[in-house]
Design a binder for this molecule. Structure first.
Ligand code: MN
Length: 240
């Protein structure tokens, strides 16, 4: 069991790095809302003129799918079905890992702040989110809950470069549900970093989930999810 007392430091959240023995220690986790036009439309918005907006997840919501969360009893390749929802949704996303911090970063310089990339699923309690929207209340607990950010190991940009066009897809029980392309992001990664760094000082260890293509939908207990971003990472998990 992990230490659970306010007098000992909690275990830091970290992700493995592909082809490295080092780990990437998380600071904060930001997420972009509606960054693909077709997804914005399916959520009932006009994607044309909306600037990027952001929400957050707690850092310890993120975990490596390949490793699970051993001290808290989540086995590799399992994602627990969360409490307090009857409508858990998947959102497959490119995840950016910041390596060099900064504020007011220019888009032209933004990629020099990126350590690497991964593929993550922004799990969402859609029923809670819909209720929050209707009541003009915060989204926090619809997006930021235990194990709501399963993620692949990270891969360094020095190994794969900076992906700008690549298939991003997700299957549930072998059926393709999301099938998009990073090239269809309304706000590409440099613009996302530039916009976010106007609101907060980015630091090493900050992750950014960069939004999801169209096709979001529900997953149930026992659903098997397979997904990937070509040239970046693949993932597979079962909902437990
Ligand atoms: Mn999302």
């Amino acid at each position: 069991m992990s230490a659970s007392s306010p007098f000992t430091a909690p275990e830091p959240t970290s992700l493995p790095i592909l082809h490295s023995t080092e780990r990437y220690y998380l600071n904060r986790v930001y997420c972009v809302g509606r960054n693909y036009a077709e997804h914005a439309r399916e959520m009932g918005d006009d994607p044309d003129r909306e600037p990027p907006f952001f929400f957050t997840k707690p850092a310890d919501a993120v975990f490596a799918i390949t490793e699970g969360v051993a001290p808290r009893g989540v086995a590799p390749h399992l994602v627990p079905y969360p409490p307090a929802t009857d409508n858990l949704h998947f959102e497959m996303e490119l995840v950016v890992a910041i390596g060099v911090g900064g504020a007011d970063i220019a888009a032209a310089d933004a990629l020099t702040h990126v350590f690497g990339y991964g593929a993550g699923v922004d799990l969402t309690r859609r029923d809670l989110q819909d209720a929050a929207k209707a009541l003009r209340r915060p989204w926090d607990l619809s997006k930021g809950f235990d194990f709501s950010g399963p993620c692949t190991p990270l891969v360094a940009a020095s190994a794969i470069g900076h992906p700008t066009a690549a298939r991003i897809w997700l299957d549930v029980d072998g059926e393709t549900r999301q099938d998009g392309d990073l090239a269809d992001q309304i706000w590409p990664v440099p613009d996302v970093i530039a916009a976010l760094s106007r609101f907060v000082t980015l630091r090493p260890g900050d992750l950014i989930f960069t939004g999801t293509p169209a096709g979001v939908g529900r997953i149930e207990p026992e659903s098997v999810v397979t997904a990937g971003i070509d040239g970046v990472a693949d993932l597979a998990f079962r909902v437990a």
